[in-house]
Design a protein around this ligand. Structure first.
Ligand code: NAD
Length: 349
């Protein structure tokens, strides 16, 4: 059954939904509202209807669902207006700027009896899925540390992402994805504390990178790091267990899983360094380790919109739930608070 969707904000991501993510879906994009005339003209050139205003779009009864893909600061007001007009709402990430505003949006969704969800598309990243599977299989033994990083070298983009009033900054841009992945890897564990520092390498007004350290009540230290001035990048994922290590580079397309195999060599050959010998830092002998293949996982992002269709038809509940949205947004609030005071802060999860 066809469900009509309109896109609000037809820039980079709005048009990506239309061209890629909505392909072969029962949800069909039929119209667009963007404040820029050139984006509306572009939408028309693709055969979409360009509305004359947001109100014009929301008054169209043929539209069941809206996708909000504007800069971050206006997600909140547009979502509430759309929900009050009786539309289901998918919001691009971050759903909004902080948990107070999210609470208002969720209240509006409850009152309207409509769906409000967010496009956490990086739950379909191959690397994340590989880490998820490896943790589930327990092949690394007790995991004690996870490091999840994204590094670039172009500084923060020169658009609205530089503007704090528009919800710019890397915590909202990338942190939201990486923190969502962190909490989704351990849905049953609670976060006990949060420490964070924000970087301002290329500009003063917005964070162009950050370091976040989470401590889970299962003992796992989880580091999330984003940098935009890294001319040498570190691995995308590092997962350390008592019996093995997983490393994934380049968005999970290359990597290694190395595990203990048999007894450790008690008679270790020391490594010779300029300042002396070390047995502690010597590598394991080849016959005491084994290298496992990276699981052959190719996630299907089409699941996202198929799930939304099933939600509209009452067959499923949303993959990205209000509880998850609140949890990640409260975590983001805490990240800013911890960065401001420079302390490890307790988190009530
Ligand atoms: P963009 O600047 O390319 O596009 C934003 C568009 O919104 C522009 O065309 C602009 O004219 C329009 N716009 C601005 N204010 C508006 C308003 N009040 N009403 C209607 N239209 C308005 O930005 P982008 O990169 O497409 O980002 C848009 C959203 O998508 C952001 O929330 C961003 O975080 C998110 N995003 C998500 C992903 C992802 O992987 N999930 C990737 C990129 C961007």
């Amino acid at each position: 059954m066809q469900h009509n969707l309109a896109i609000i904000g037809f820039g980079g991501m709005g048009s990506f939904h239309y061209k890629k993510l909505l392909k072969e879906q029962e949800i069909v994009a039929t119209g667009v509202w963007d404040i820029k005339p050139e984006r509306r003209e572009y939408a028309e050139s693709l055969g979409l209807h360009a509305y004359t205003s947001l109100e014009d779009l929301l008054a169209d009864d043929s539209i069941e669902i809206v996708l909000i893909a504007t800069p971050n600061d206006v997600h909140h007001s547009i979502a509430i207006q759309a929900l009050e007009a009786g539309k289901h709402v998918i919001c691009e990430k971050p759903v909004t700027l902080g948990s107070r505003l999210l609470g208002e949006m969720l209240d509006a969704a409850d009152k309207a009896g409509k769906l409000l969800t967010v496009h956490q598309n990086r739950r379909w990243d191959r690397g994340y899925r590989i880490v998820h599977q490896i943790l589930g299989e327990g092949v690394l033994g007790d995991v004690y540390r996870i490091e999840s990083r994204v590094h670039g070298a172009h500084g923060i983009p020169g658009d609205w992402r530089q503007d704090p009033k528009q919800g710019g900054g890397m915590v909202y841009d990338w942190g939201i994805h990486l923190l969502d992945q962190a909490v989704m890897l351990f849905p049953d564990a609670k976060i006990k504390s949060v420490y964070a520092t924000l970087n301002h390498v290329t500009n003063e007004q917005t964070d162009d990178g950050f370091f976040i350290d989470l401590l889970f009540d299962n003992g796992i230290h989880y580091t999330v790091e984003v940098g935009t001035s890294h001319f040498i990048t570190l691995p995308r994922w590092l997962v350390l267990g008592r019996d093995g290590t997983l490393m994934l580079d380049n968005w999970g397309l290359e990597g290694k899983i190395v595990c203990a195999h048999g007894e450790d060599d008690k008679d270790v050959t020391p490594v010779v360094t300029a300042a002396g010998l070390t047995k502690t830092m010597a590598p394991r002998r080849e016959d005491t380790i084994k290298t496992l293949p990276i699981p052959d996982i190719w996630p299907d992002l089409g699941e996202y919109y198929r799930n939304i269709t099933a939600c509209l038809e009452g067959r499923e509940s949303p993959i990205v739930t209000p509880v998850q949205m609140r949890r990640v947004m409260r975590l983001i609030d805490k990240v800013f608070e911890a960065a401001e005071c420079g302390q490890v802060l307790p988190f009530e999860d």
